[in-house]
Ligand binder design. Structure first.
Ligand code: ADP
Ligand code: MG
Length: 481
């Protein structure tokens, strides 16, 4: 879909819209993806124009264009839509004259064929749809969010099995709605949207006549408010009430908006009564959704409520292995294990880490090692580090040496309490970013020279006393989780 550069003719015409929001879109990406990724890829992008619901940007080389298209098209769209909801697709074109001087070195490596895939998938064309002023009730589907690409593990097996059941029932002509609604919930980046898109893809492939609506709750509200403004609420209702499968993503955003909630509730009930399938996602379970009317909350919990738990190490490793195969890059097992250990927040960050690493490999043309992975990902790694506090250290050390927590800050000088206290100071220096005076204050207002002395003492002892060295190593590991 990335059309060739006809845009250069227009690039000296200042677009009246879009140019203002572009820096904000960039700002969002920078925040989300980190400084390194931002500098490597996004600085070279040139904003071209906005054509109705399409944003057009350009890049100076084929490599960069394809790279952005394969790895960041979805992020770009999401960020753009956060600034301007009327954007439904992004075209990335090639314009060699743009910003050639800002260019990072051209990586020779060929980009996977997927780069040529459409960046945004529009709904299957409805023959009666003149396409112009009908509301767009289908957000773009991400081509990568299929069942085939979803890795199943303990934390998501229920949600996955339920999504599959729904997808199969949707394409079965005699399909009985298995549970209504299917309510998927879990933290960010754990695969809710992926599963919903997978259901939509499956249906589109095996039963293209079925009418499917997939929307974020935000978009649902937007369309509803718009329908109110243009006095086309009848149309709006009609469209929703004639669907076979309705999926609303991130329904936590619907809370609080009374008239929209009301409309949503009616639509919901009408569909359930007609035995049409509904799939909902949220970041919390129905009972915990705030700002929703009680009747809505209980209705949402009527079907199957499936939560997606935080990932486990095994699942993270499985996902990494699958992505590495997809990307066709060679990443040493050690590096993957390292990532699976360290990037624990969510799958999106895990993917981001892998993308950065493979981008780095392509750019410098060298294999990735543990050291280079560390370097490329230092900001991500830091954000995923567990922050140990001095209080935690004191508690663990006191437990370990069988002394009272109060002895950590008391003035007692007896060896049995003084030694553990020194050990805790030593660990505080090692495991927290606190300065010596700060540490001293946390240990009953001791002077920084006392802390320094304690650290020296423990260092000496570790060198000679094997038992203590082991104790310290054990404590350090426990504290860092
Ligand atoms: P959510 O909607 O829960 O915030 P997403 O569905 O957007 O999360 O998932 C974030 C990213 O992680 C997506 O790129 C998705 O493909 C990927 N992802 C999440 N879970 C899995 C999984 N089990 N297997 C493969 N990819 C996954
Ligand atoms: Mg989501």
């Amino acid at each position: 879909m990335a059309r060739e550069a006809t845009a250069s003719k227009q690039s000296n015409v200042m677009p009246s819209t879009g140019a203002g929001e572009w820096p904000r879109v960039l700002g969002r990406l920078r925040e989300e993806l980190g400084e390194t990724a931002y500098r490597s890829w996004f600085q070279a992008i040139h904003f071209e124009r906005i054509d109705e619901d399409e944003a057009v940007i350009s890049l100076p080389t084929r490599f960069l264009r394809d790279w952005i298209a394969t790895h960041y098209a979805d992020r770009l769209l999401v960020a753009w839509r956060a600034e301007n909801r009327s954007i439904n697709r992004i075209s990335i074109i090639l314009d060699p004259r743009v910003g050639a001087s800002r260019l990072s070195p051209e990586g020779g490596a060929a980009v996977p064929a997927a780069a040529a895939a459409p960046l945004a998938v529009a709904p299957a064309a409805d023959p009666q749809d003149n396409g112009e002023d009908r509301v767009q009730l289908f957000a773009p589907l991400d081509p990568r969010f299929t069942f085939a690409n979803f890795i199943v593990g303990k934390p998501n097996e229920l949600a996955h099995a339920a999504a599959r059941r729904v997808a199969e029932a949707c394409v079965d002509p005699a399909g009985v709605v298995p549970f209504n609604p299917l309510f998927l919930y879990g933290g960010v980046g754990l695969g809710k949207t992926h599963l919903m898109h997978a259901i939509a893809w499956h249906t589109r492939l095996h039963a293209p006549k079925r009418k499917v609506i997939y929307l974020s709750a935000e978009k649902f509200m937007y369309q509803f408010v718009r329908a109110l403004r243009f006095k086309s609420t009848m149309d709006f209702k009609e469209q929703f009430r004639s669907v076979d499968l309705l999926m609303i993503d991130d329904v936590q955003f619907i809370s609080g908006k009374d008239s929209t909630q009301e409309e949503f509730f009616h639509t919901f009930n009408a569909l359930v009564d007609q035995n049409r399938q509904i799939v909902i996602s949220a970041d919390k379970s129905p009972v915990d959704l705030e700002g929703l009317e009680e009747r809505m909350r209980s209705r949402l919990g009527w079907g199957l409520v499936a939560d997606i738990h935080p990932t486990t190490y095994e699942l993270r490793l499985g996902i990494l292995q699958a992505k590495v195969e997809q990307l066709g890059v060679r990443v040493p097992q050690k590096v993957m294990e390292f990532l699976a250990h360290k990037i624990v927040s969510n799958v999106r960050e895990l993917e981001g880490a892998l993308n950065r690493i493979s981008a780095q490999m392509q750019l410098v043309g060298r294999d990735i090692t543990l050291e280079s992975a560390h370097e490329v990902l230092h900001d991500l790694l830091r954000a995923n580090e567990r922050h140990v506090t001095i209080e935690e250290i004191q508690k663990k050390v006191a437990e370990h040496f069988n002394v009272k927590m109060s002895d950590m800050i008391s003035a007692r000088r007896a060896r049995v309490v003084a030694r553990p206290r020194q050990a805790a100071m030593y660990l505080a220096k090692q495991l927290t970013p606190r300065s010596l005076p700060e540490i001293g204050r946390k240990f009953g207002g001791r002077d920084h020279t006392t802390v320094m002395h304690a650290i020296k003492k423990i260092e000496e002892l570790i060198a000679t006393d094997h038992g203590l060295a082991e104790d310290m190593e054990l404590l350090r590991r426990m504290l860092q989780g």
